[in-house]
Design a protein around this ligand. Structure first.
Ligand SMILES: [Zn+2]
Length: 134
């Protein structure tokens, strides 16, 4: 039987039955109590590949810095939530889905409107000026 990922915690497991969706009785119970609280596919599908973006925080930071918003209040919140997601990655699915929703909402807000103004040349200038000033 093919290994698959648990619908709740995202851990790989070897299914005993054809239609098994959970790695353990614990996850099955968890799902029956709270069916919406599953690890979203994006997280499940993002392995910790060496040499690539290794954390949600890192990916978030890259996205924020691309539009020079990493230091904005919303950018900071997005990073904080990303850190929580990284910390929760190996835990159960409990609460993760809620944080994911919050993170994507905040990150979208944090970068909103920035791409239009985000001329790469301008950004280089801003960064350079900041370095000179600081
Ligand atoms: Zn599980």
């Amino acid at each position: 039987m093919e290994p698959r990922t648990c619908d709740v915690c995202g851990d790989p497991f070897v299914a005993v039955r054809e239609n098994a969706r959970f790695c353990s009785a614990r996850c099955r119970k968890r799902h029956s109590r709270n069916p919406d609280d599953v690890v979203p596919t994006v997280i499940r599908a993002a392995p910790l590949v060496e040499g690539e973006v290794s954390s949600i925080e890192e990916a978030t930071r890259a996205q924020l810095e691309a539009v020079d918003r990493a230091r904005s209040p919303l950018g900071q919140i997005a990073l904080l939530l990303a850190r929580r997601l990284d910390e929760n990655r190996r835990e159960s699915g409990m609460g993760v889905a809620a944080v994911v929703r919050e993170h994507s909402r905040v990150l979208a807000d944090a970068v909103r409107g920035a791409s239009a103004a985000a001329d790469p040349v301008d950004q280089l200038r801003v960064r350079r000026d900041r370095k000179r000033a600081g």
